[in-house]
Design a protein around this ligand. Structure first.
Ligand SMILES: CC(C)(COP(=O)(O)OP(=O)(O)OC[C@H]1O[C@@H](n2cnc3c(N)ncnc32)[C@H](O)[C@@H]1OP(=O)(O)O)[C@@H](O)C(=O)NCCC(=O)NCCS
Length: 185
């Protein structure tokens, strides 16, 4: 599946993305996320293959995309969401999904991630089995928090416990959105 925004193309992973994703996961602000610490290109290949297999599954749980500039098809980052748990809201049962988003630093401060996240949220809630979507980052990651706020997400009533980032204990902050309160784009 491919999604389009004003300036971006969001498309599913392909094996050819391995070098670009390795560069992204090696960026200093991304490499602090322990699940993205890839030792070499073959780790990235396994990561991509997992997502490609999952995308073909009838019980798909992960929706991850490469972000490209429409004009040049240049790789700039990655965004996606994955299944966390099932929930019940007002008698309706559905999924809770967690968002993740990562941008090459050379492309920060142009509004690309906010544009992509709005589209991803809208596309997620078009699937009728997704009831809630959330994202979390370190409290000192103000840029990430701002992106969530600009996409209409609100601070969760229950905040997560402190978490290890690259061996350092940090306070996370969690924002969320439910299916009845997002803006369709
Ligand atoms: C989180 C992250 C994606 C935020 O990047 P970002 O560049 O601030 O986000 P955007 O691409 O949405 O750009 C927004 C900024 O561009 C500015 N901007 C410039 N031109 C713009 C335009 N045409 N439209 C919208 N905003 C524009 C905005 O004012 C805003 O700046 P501000 O934060 O000073 O207010 C980036 O810091 C990152 O990848 N960090 C590492 C990974 C991470 O922490 N991920 C979150 C955990 S899941």
């Amino acid at each position: 599946m491919e999604l389009k925004t004003e300036r971006l193309i969001l498309r599913e992973f392909a094996l050819d993305d391995k070098h670009n994703l390795y560069k992204l996961f090696s960026e200093k602000f991304v490499s602090t996320y322990e699940h993205l610490q890839m030792k070499n290109i073959s780790d990235v290949e396994s990561y991509i293959k997992f997502h490609m297999e999952n995308a073909k599954s009838s019980n798909r749980t992960h929706y991850y995309y490469v972000m490209e500039l429409q004009k040049t098809r240049e790789f700039i980052g990655s965004i996606g969401y994955s299944f966390v748990e099932e929930t019940m809201i007002n008698g309706i049962s559905g999924w809770v999904m967690e968002l993740e988003y990562y941008l090459l630093e050379e492309h920060w401060n142009k509004g690309y991630m906010t544009e992509a996240l709005r589209k991803i949220i809208s596309s997620a809630f078009e699937k009728d089995n997704i009831l809630k979507i959330f994202a979390q980052c370190r409290k000192d990651n103000v840029k990430s928090e701002n992106v969530m706020i600009k996409c209409g997400m609100y601070k969760s009533a229950k905040q997560p416990e402190h978490k290890m980032y690259n061996g350092v204990l940090k306070e996370p902050v969690r924002y969320e959105l439910t299916a009845d309160s997002y803006v369709r784009v």
